[in-house]
Design a protein around this ligand. Sequence first.
Ligand code: NAP
Length: 294
Amino acid sequence: MKVGFLGLGIMGRPMARNLLKGGHDVVVWARRAESMAPLAEAGATTAASAADVARQVEVVISMVADAPDVEQVMLGEHGVAGGASANPAGLVAVDMSTIAPAAARDIAAKMQAKGIDFLDAPVSGGEVGAIAGTLSIMAGGSAAAFAKARPAFDCLGKNVVHVGDSGAGQVAKACNQIVTGMGVLAVAEAMCFAQQAGADPAKVREALLGGFAYSKILENHGQRMLDRNFKPGFKSWMHQKDLNIVMHSAHALGLMLPGAAATAQMFNAMVGSGLGEEDSIAVLKLLEKLSGQQ
Ligand code: NAP
């Protein structure tokens, strides 16, 4: 299948590579030419704009940052919608970034008005899952659009779920961020507590991995906390963005989410204290600082 990929950052780069490995004909675009170079070397075709990609492919995927970025690459000048009209085969547009469910529904409606099927299909599994092609993919939109994009999804993820109509994928992703946000904070608190209370955090992690406290976050992020490897991964400002999505949606629904609210405050403080570009596990550093720990 001819697949387009827009946005070649931490996640987009390995995802586009996995589409190539899966035998798809891949056309890429990124706003900085240097981001496209490694994909071109790996066999992808480069394009001049998102519109240029949309003219050539059956399915186009974006992996950018937040809702204004998705709006820009889909509906802005030289965006997907501009090129789709010159695509005789018809086009399914898929956004795999994490944005608010309401924004995803709004973009889907605007795309539909231009005759373009749009899926929200955010992912979980991090950079590791993007590289391994083992992401969890949660999609919202029509069954027909999902079926058309499915061969691409199968190269990117192991757990591919059509959650429901437009926005349902982003609702699932917001739920994912409630769990993972609190999970990262919980593991950081445990590591901080172990250290201060006089036990070796590495041994504590090892002991916890065999019981009900087991999680991928304890296993992977716990080890990275022990290694003090704060290279992103998943940037703290992105996790702040995701918890803001949760808190805004909860506000609109009149929902009380006390754990997510406290976690959102921690990520606000991380960005405020200059840790925004570090991995979200750097929440450990903030806890240590607030606790007067070295
Ligand atoms: P990233 O490394 O910052 O990559 C984002 C890419 O999108 C960058 O290369 C950026 O281009 C490009 N971009 C942003 N706005 C754009 C715009 N308006 N027009 C064109 N290109 C634009 O971030 P990431 O970690 O790959 O995350 C991408 C998305 O996946 C986010 O929504 C994030 O929440 C979600 N996500 C991330 C992870 C993770 O573990 N990293 C896991 C699950 C979901 P420049 O390089 O020019 O800035």
